[in-house]
Design a protein around this ligand. Structure first.
Ligand code: SF4
Length: 340
């Protein structure tokens, strides 16, 4: 099987006790069955504490509910008592995987490092260089992929190339990415996925007149504020983003951010055919991070945005729905925003 990762993937190191925003706070830790079974046999006081802490959540999964907003096994030094006492292999799959997100596509797997983690966010935004991806072949057997992958893969490559084309201003590149997504979506809707490779190879941007309208802000910030929220001050940050005077964030960093989201989300259209909604999502994240940079700085804006949105399936689905149904977040509204 081929494994594809961002070029900085191998440089990731967890900050452990030095982490300023540890993932052992705010999120309830889900315990996989194998780990729960292991905890059932741990002897002594730690075993008793593990079994007493483990509960079944509303979805029927075992978990450690938070105590005062923290994992009950996070000690005063910010270290994990389970990791320290029983070793990293005794922590749950969720803890061992974080901040990695893996997407399985059959013949290949793509793994990202979620920028909600400060160490991963530092790697993403720590350089101006174009973000590239590394590929490695492993002995693990792959499975046949969805037929749509044949068209979506070259299309995503073309979209990534559009975004990386530094001969154009970033907003023009984002506009081109969206226009390409609009055309590709028409083919998907007509059940003509076999035409996607030719579109990816031969596409030229269509001429169009700038749509009239206000763009996506401030409505996009209000849409985000209406979603499920992790931290109390998030809605306040979004509200302040409506009023703050924009600051200019470096284009190479916004490009890296757009590439990060495009890598992670565009190919997921293979599951439901919604490529355009995912392109809008990627652009929304970049434009919102840029907007919130005026409130808390670009890196913090990105970290908070990823915390609030990327870890919540409910929020991701709500946004996908909004892109389909809300005229204020339509492709035309995005094009208007990008031409401002
Ligand atoms: S958020 Fe990242 S750096 Fe911090 S403790 Fe978790 S994995 Fe480590």
């Amino acid at each position: 099987m081929r494994i594809r990762v961002p070029d900085y993937y191998g440089h990731f190191r967890c900050l452990a006790g030095a982490c300023p925003h540890t993932c052992c706070e705010k999120w309830e830790v889900v315990i996989d069955q194998e780990t729960a079974h292991l905890y059932a046999g741990v002897p002594g006081p730690l075993g008793e504490k593990l079994r007493a802490a483990m509960q079944v959540d509303g979805d029927g999964a075992s978990c450690f509910p938070l105590a005062g907003g923290r994992c009950p096994f996070l000690d005063r030094e910010g270290l994990c008592e389970i990791h320290r006492t029983l070793g990293p292999e005794a922590t749950s799959l969720t803890c061992r995987a974080h901040p990695r997100f893996a997407e399985e596509y059959g013949p290949f797997r793509e793994v990202s490092l979620c920028a909600s983690c400060p160490a991963a966010c530092d790697l993403l935004l720590g350089t101006d260089a174009p973000l590239t991806f590394l590929e490695q072949e492993t002995a693990e057997p792959g499975t046949p992929g969805d037929p749509w992958l044949t068209g979506l893969l070259p299309l995503r490559d073309r979209m990534l190339r559009e975004l990386a084309d530094r001969t154009r201003p970033l907003r023009e590149r984002m506009e081109r990415l969206l226009l390409l997504a609009v055309e590709a979506q028409s083919l998907l809707d007509e059940d003509r996925a076999e035409a996607l490779p030719a579109l990816a190879a031969d596409w030229t941007a269509p001429g169009y007149s700038i749509p009239a309208g206000p763009g996506i802000f401030p409505w996009a910030l209000r849409t985000l504020a209406a979603l499920e929220s992790l931290e109390e001050d998030w809605r306040d940050i979004l509200r302040r983003g409506e009023e703050a005077s924009p600051v200019s964030a470096p284009e190479p960093l916004l490009e890296r951010l757009g590439t990060y989201f495009s890598f992670r989300y565009l190919l997921k259209a293979v599951n439901d055919g919604d490529l355009l909604g995912r392109a809008q999502f990627c652009l929304l994240m970049v434009l919102t991070a840029e907007r919130l940079a005026a409130v808390c700085g670009l890196e913090e804006a990105v970290r908070r945005l990823c915390c609030e949105i990327e870890h919540s399936e409910e929020n991701l689905e709500a946004l996908q729905m909004a892109f389909r149904n809300d005229a204020d977040l339509s492709p035309a509204a995005f094009l208007c925003e990008l031409r401002r």
